[in-house]
Design a protein around this ligand. Structure first.
Ligand SMILES: Cc1cc2nc3c(=O)[nH]c(=O)nc-3n(C[C@H](O)[C@H](O)[C@H](O)COP(=O)(O)O)c2cc1C
Length: 153
């Protein structure tokens, strides 16, 4: 059994599609008993982080940084979670316009402080929207859920 929390800001149709693909991946038919909670950052709090076995964060790159919504979420959960969630398996997907590196590194820096454990390198998607982005996001969700169910993470 695995509980997966997906927290991502979705300011556009494209970013909603990415979040939906991640959730779809977590709900892969081959997985037996994964529960997925998908929330926008404003609706997520430390209790959601404590509930989950693994967390998938998604953010757009805004002004060379993570979105304000994800930053607000991380600010609110940081201290309540700090002593309780060391080693939490985490994955990150970033949607940039032309870049995405600034959002990636800004989230990474905070997750170092939280001592959460990346299950794979962050997925950074930029440029014109590609159907392959959806495949990558779906795979990300399945990788997290399957790894948790198998006890790998
Ligand atoms: C206020 C604002 C600032 C942005 N800053 C950046 C940026 O610094 N780097 C970047 O690559 N994209 C930037 N973007 C583009 C967003 O990342 C992009 O709109 C988002 O990923 C949604 O993608 P979509 O247009 O494909 O739906 C910015 C967008 C907005 C609205």
């Amino acid at each position: 059994m695995a509980n997966v929390l997906v927290v991502s800001n979705c300011p556009s149709e494209n970013t909603e599609r990415l979040q939906n693909a991640v959730v779809k991946g977590c709900a892969n038919d081959a997985l037996e008993d994964t529960k997925v909670r998908a929330l926008i950052p404003w609706d997520a709090d430390a209790d959601d982080v404590l509930w989950c076995d693994g967390i998938i964060l998604g953010t757009t790159e805004n002004f060379g940084y993570m979105s304000g919504a994800i930053k607000d979420f991380l600010e609110r959960v940081y201290y309540p979670c700090l002593e309780l969630t060391e080693g939490k398996p985490v994955a990150l997907f970033v949607k940039g316009g032309l870049d995405g590196q600034g959002a990636k590194t800004s989230v990474e820096r905070i997750l170092v402080g939280l001592k959460w454990k990346f299950i794979q390198p962050p997925l950074v998607m930029k440029g014109e929207f590609q159907p392959s982005f959806l495949n990558q996001c779906e795979t990300l969700g399945t990788t997290m859920a399957a790894g948790l169910e198998a006890g790998i993470y």
